[in-house]
Design a protein around this ligand. Structure first.
Ligand code: DC
Length: 235
């Protein structure tokens, strides 16, 4: 097992973790951030919180004027909770609600809107400007932190991805069928990888990590070694 140490700020790096839905990005990102004593930013949660706001206000996703106004009215924060960070939307804890199906069904449409992306990317860059962060999403290595010292692109067998997402939703107490979960994963993968603005791509300098047959601990061990290598090179 890796030896977990806190890093001095002089050689802090950015670890960018990208990949399709349910490839275990947030599990790895959270664990790696904890091991390195880094901050963790779940950028998907920011798109989800924005989607929740637009849904609650019955807003038309094609009305750019309304979306611009909404973006001014939205404040997203992460605050530490019992099981890791929780997402707050204008001071309200929305961590559970942003994982529900109504939000999952619409988030890719909202995340494809360039105005929304510009606002989220600017916030993400500001949050991690001191480095010392692990950030997961779809465009971290290609857009948000093109200069990230370590870029990982996660992949996993579709059957394993489906099972992981289904189990996660059931654990959260959400009633759902495997068919509905599969349809949502396919829908989001399609929109996320074919949208015009910053589609999901593996950055040319990203390391691909297929975790189909890896336990979370094994995956963490591999990622931790890569991170320590990069940290040692960044003095
Ligand atoms: O990681 P997630 O499944 O919670 O992300 C929700 C959606 O947000 C996902 O379908 C695509 C979008 N997203 C994005 O476009 N860019 C990011 N950096 C993170 C998420």
């Amino acid at each position: 097992m890796p030896i977990f140490v806190g890093m001095s700020s002089s050689n802090n790096i950015i670890v960018a973790i990208d990949g399709y839905s349910s490839t275990g990005k947030s599990t790895l990102a959270k664990a790696l951030a904890q091991s390195l004593d880094y901050g963790y930013i779940d950028t998907g949660a920011m798109y989800r919180a924005t989607t929740l706001f637009l849904l609650r206000h019955n807003m038309d996703f094609n009305d750019m004027g309304a979306i611009q106004k909404a973006l001014f009215a939205i404040q997203i924060q992460f605050r530490p909770g019992k099981d890791g960070n929780r997402t707050f939307l204008n001071g309200e804890d929305v961590e559970d609600e942003i994982r529900t199906m109504p939000v999952s069904a619409k988030v890719s449409e909202v995340a494809a809107v360039p105005l929304v992306r510009r606002a989220m990317v600017a916030q993400q860059q500001a949050m991690a400007k001191e480095r010392g962060f692990v950030m997961d999403g779809r465009d971290i290595g290609t857009v948000v932190f093109k200069d990230a010292e370590l870029k990982l692109f996660l992949t996993a067998d579709p059957v394993v991805r489906l099972k992981r997402r289904y189990d996660e939703l059931i654990k959260r107490g959400i009633e759902i069928t495997e068919e509905a979960v599969l349809a949502n994963l396919e829908h989001r993968d399609h929109i996320d990888s074919t949208r015009e603005d910053s589609p999901l791509r593996k950055a040319s300098d990203a390391i691909e990590l297929d975790n189909t047959n890896l336990t979370p601990e094994q995956q963490l061990e591999i990622a931790y070694k890569y991170a320590m290598d990069r940290i040692e090179q960044t003095v």
